[in-house]
Design a binder for this molecule. Structure first.
Ligand SMILES: *Cc1c(COP(=O)(O)O)cnc(C)c1O
Length: 423
């Protein structure tokens, strides 16, 4: 069950982000005094007697029974994320998509609807639009810049509002506090994919987020060492009016959502995080703030430079004066909106020529690797989508997406210049 532990170390050295994450302790002391929690690769856990094993199964103690349900190394990552986010409960899963699918399968039911931005990560769009619709769940796409559009889409069967914290590749930032004000009046949970901005620069609770879903593959892992995802529950939503969750028990320190997720959905779907990945991602958590600030600073430097370059038609980055989202981005992310930026060139061919000339920047999908990456989203991530879907999602074939890594920004700038001379 809920394995989040008493954290004995918490609070002893102040509350700065990195200190909190690095000092976050183990649920139980390690027998050998290991300073980093070892990887528990085992599937099963044994018990001293039949009574204890029965208690572990029936009363949901903090004892581990089987690694699909919980595992000490995975719990340790969950505890680090809990320390970082100050959430009520965290579940780590196999991937960002596992976090997203488990969340919606916990709350949505046949006849219900989800209100969402159409500008979503490709698989999320496909999950909502294709997979969930086969179970009688309707997706209502809205322009999240228009609160009245969100309000008009709400009815008695709306089970959630969803968007991404910075949409990818459009780089829109919704006014979450304003949307939250509306949703709280209507008792609708706000679920946000926060893959693009970690907690060191963003106070999710203050923004009114009830549940965060994220791909830990990105910023958290650091160096793209493995796939993972997490569901972060702030315990702020009252689930009583959700027909699927309303009658469930509400254990202490756990929402009805979390109860359903932990005791049924996550273990039935079986998308548990592998202990090896949890180990690597726990290490990533410790250098997160350092990496994020460096990447974000380099991204701003490069985006500013490109925004006045004659061969670049448009540069997208929320911190640029030209972005319509600068004010809200400054407010939500303390002027530090991360490592992703985009440029538009004159044609698809120019994008290809640009990419093919690069020598430092890698041609790859993924975000927030230590290496700087570039991709042409229209022909890759959205390559199998129909023209009509691309239109709904606003995917342009003149757009390149960058994820800025930890290399020297001067070297990146020279490489970008090499690309811009190639067409
Ligand atoms: C990568 C990504 C996902 C999916 O995460 P995986 O770990 O690849 O399953 C979801 N949302 C966003 C915004 C992403 O960037």
């Amino acid at each position: 069950m809920n394995k989040t532990s008493e954290n004995k170390e918490e609070g002893c050295l102040g509350t700065s982000f990195s200190t909190k994450v690095i000092r976050s302790g183990f649920a139980k002391p390690d027998t050998h005094g290991a300073i980093t929690l070892p990887v528990y690769r085992n599937a099963a856990f044994e018990f001293p007697d039949s009574k204890t094993i029965a208690v572990a199964f029936q009363h949901r103690t903090d004892l581990h029974t089987y690694s699909r349900i919980s595992n000490p190394t995975v719990t340790n990552l969950e505890d680090k994320i809990k320390a970082a986010s100050e959430a009520e409960n965290v579940v780590a899963l196999a991937s960002g998509m596992a976090a997203i699918s488990n969340t919606f399968l916990t709350i949505a039911y046949a006849g219900s609807n989800i209100i969402s931005s159409p500008h979503l990560f490709g698989n999320t769009f496909s999950f909502l639009k294709s997979t969930l619709s086969q179970f009688g769940i309707e997706i209502r796409f809205v322009n999240t810049d228009r609160i009245e559009e969100i309000e008009a889409a709400i009815d008695e069967n709306t089970c959630a509002f969803f968007t991404e914290i910075i949409t990818n590749p459009h780089l829109e930032v919704a006014d979450l506090p304003a949307i939250s004000f509306l949703l709280r009046q209507k008792n609708i949970p706000m679920i946000i994919d926060t893959t693009l901005v970690p907690w060191c620069n963003f106070d999710a609770k203050k923004a009114g987020i009830d549940i965060e879903v994220l791909s830990t593959t990105k910023y958290i892992s650091g160096g793209a060492t493995g796939i993972g995802g997490a569901i972060v529950d702030y315990g702020t939503h009252d689930w009583k009016s959700n027909p699927k969750l309303g009658a469930l028990p509400k254990p202490k320190g756990m929402s009805r959502f979390m109860f359903k997720l932990r005791s049924e959905i996550a273990r039935n779907l079986g998308g548990c995080m592998a202990p090896d990945n949890a180990y690597l991602q726990s290490l990533g958590m410790e250098s997160l703030e350092l990496r994020y600030n460096r990447m974000s600073h380099s991204a701003y430097t490069l985006a500013s430079y490109l925004s006045t370059h004659p061969k670049v038609r448009k540069t997208g980055y929320p911190q640029l004066e030209s972005s319509p989202y600068k004010t809200i981005s400054d407010k939500l992310f303390t002027g530090n909106p991360g490592a992703m930026f985009t440029i538009n060139l004159e044609s698809k061919k120019a994008c290809y020529d640009f990419m093919d000339a690069l020598q430092v920047i890698r041609r790859a999908t993924n975000l927030f690797d230590n290496k700087t990456l570039v991709i042409h989203p229209e022909s890759t991530i959205y390559g199998t989508f129909t023209q009509e879907m691309k239109k709904v999602m606003g995917i342009e074939d003149t757009l390149l997406r960058f994820s800025v890594g930890l290399e020297d920004p001067e070297d990146l700038k020279k490489d970008i210049e090499r690309g811009l001379e190639a067409f």
